[in-house]
Design a protein around this ligand. Structure first.
Ligand code: IFM
Length: 452
């Protein structure tokens, strides 16, 4: 028995996303996605990297699934590329695209791995962006249509479903800060996008229930726990706003059927154009879900300031010594606080759908990757997860990000999050030390105080 033992039915697994690993960007009838367009535009992604080949998972999925099995992965999260199935976003199914996911899921099941399917992990069909993307209300209806077709085709084999992954990143990074596809920089557009993403989520959940699907469905959110940088009242208020924009704006509608009043007023005063809410929207958004997916990486330390408009906040230097390759502070206590906060404020079952770190990995002369920093990151976060569960957080599973190194969006291939190393020149896979460590965690069902 380990000191930090999890229950026997706790789910252990890993995550990945279509665009980040599949490659085959225009093969077998796949349509262009907004990320294909974004990468192909020079200057958008570090080193000019593209998702065209990525980890070539499209052709190597059998090898990858065999590796997952070897590591003991029980649940593997994958996402479906909407334009691989509907090249134009709507219309006839591209049967070859659908067959790929059928094969992947069958192969996982044959290997004793439960697939966990995310319907939208950022790769919108470009054709739909051309008609306004998520800022267009119609996109939400088309998403529900697409979701229904996927439920019909794969529903008998999949138990865990998520509608939208990190709506805040899609809305804000893609449409406010413009550092992700589709690269728009307008806060009002971002809020309209957020509303339509949540509508799309609710409509898909409604469809799931109407179709009598037997699995479980939820949404996945990003949780940068926000702390005031000092005890000053203005920093505390800025923190409430920061949290309001990044977290409450996306959770209150789903769980309480309304946007947070303080943020609505704040944005109004700042002259932001607020989302158009039509009769019935909030009822659709607040469909009952079965679990909330938690993605936790780091925490934010916030002070009043002018760096972030319209929140009127700035990020302070975090009081930590260690940072990941992304420059994110390593703060495992924030993970505990995020889980306890969700339990307290929203009272929903959770699955940790992402947690992990990018570190500068090197293949040594023995051909191995000794990623001790990642082992230590995972170890410390799992201990906080264990503490949260002991203190009453209902968390049913933990999926590490990521099963393998992959295309880290605007950062390209330089940032490595995997527990399996990818040599992008040869496509060779090397299980890192963290992969072997995590495999032992799964086998024993717990974590020891000492690292090894
Ligand atoms: O790589 C991403 C993933 O696609 C979504 N969540 C955060 C990860 C690390 O940045």
């Amino acid at each position: 028995m380990s000191q930090y033992q999890f229950k026997e039915d706790f789910l252990w697994g890993a995550s990945a996303a279509a665009f980040q690993i599949e490659g085959a960007w225009d093969e077998d009838g796949k349509g262009e996605s907004i990320w294909d367009r974004y990468c192909h535009h020079p200057g958008n992604v570090a080193n000019g990297d593209k998702g065209d080949v990525a980890c070539d998972h499209y052709h190597r999925y059998r090898e990858d699934i065999a590796l997952m099995k070897e590591l003991g992965i029980q649940v593997q999260r994958l996402s479906i590329s909407w334009p691989r199935i509907f090249p134009r976003g709507v219309g006839e199914i591209n049967q070859k695209g659908l067959a790929f996911y059928q094969n992947v899921i069958d192969c996982m099941l044959e290997n004793g791995i439960q697939p966990f399917v995310v319907l939208y992990h950022w790769d919108l069909p470009q054709k739909l962006q051309d008609t306004g993307g998520w800022a267009n209300r119609e996109t939400a209806s088309l998403f529900a249509e697409y979701a229904g077709r996927v439920f019909e085709a794969l529903g008998n084999r999949v138990r865990y479903w998520a509608t939208i992954l990190e709506p805040q990143v899609i809305a804000y990074n893609g449409n406010w800060m413009g550092n992700m596809a589709p690269g728009i920089r307008d806060f009002s557009t971002a809020l309209q996008v957020s509303h339509n993403l949540l509508r799309g989520h609710g409509m898909a959940v409604k469809r799931f229930r109407e179709m009598g699907m037997t699995g479980e469905i939820g949404i996945i959110n990003y949780f940068p726990t926000a702390y005031p940088a000092t005890e000053a009242e203005e920093d505390r208020r800025a923190t409430v706003r920061h949290d309001g924009v990044w977290t409450r704006w996306f959770l209150d509608p789903v769980f309480k059927g309304c946007y947070p009043e303080d943020m609505w007023q704040w944005h109004k005063e700042k002259g932001v154009v607020l989302p158009e809410i039509c009769p019935g929207d909030m009822e659709v958004i607040s469909q009952k879900i079965d679990f909330l997916g938690i993605n936790y990486y780091y925490s934010d330390f916030v002070k009043a300031g002018t760096d972030i408009w319209p929140t009127m906040a700035s990020l302070a230097k975090p009081p930590v010594e260690q940072f990941t390759q992304m420059g994110w502070p390593v703060y495992p206590n924030g993970f505990y606080d995020a889980l306890m906060r969700v339990q307290r404020d929203y009272g929903i079952k959770m699955i940790v759908t992402e947690n992990g770190g990018a570190f500068h990995d090197v293949v040594n002369w023995k051909g191995e990757v000794d990623d001790d920093a990642r082992v230590s990151y995972l170890h410390d976060h799992l201990i906080q997860l264990h503490r949260a569960i002991q203190d009453g957080a209902e968390v049913r599973g933990y999926l590490v990000w990521s099963i393998m190194d992959n295309f880290e969006w605007a950062f390209g291939y330089e940032k490595r999050f995997g527990i399996v190393y990818i040599d992008y020149l040869t496509q060779k896979r090397i299980v890192k030390k963290s992969g072997r460590w995590y495999s032992e965690v799964i086998r024993s069902g717990g974590v020891k105080e000492e690292l090894w």
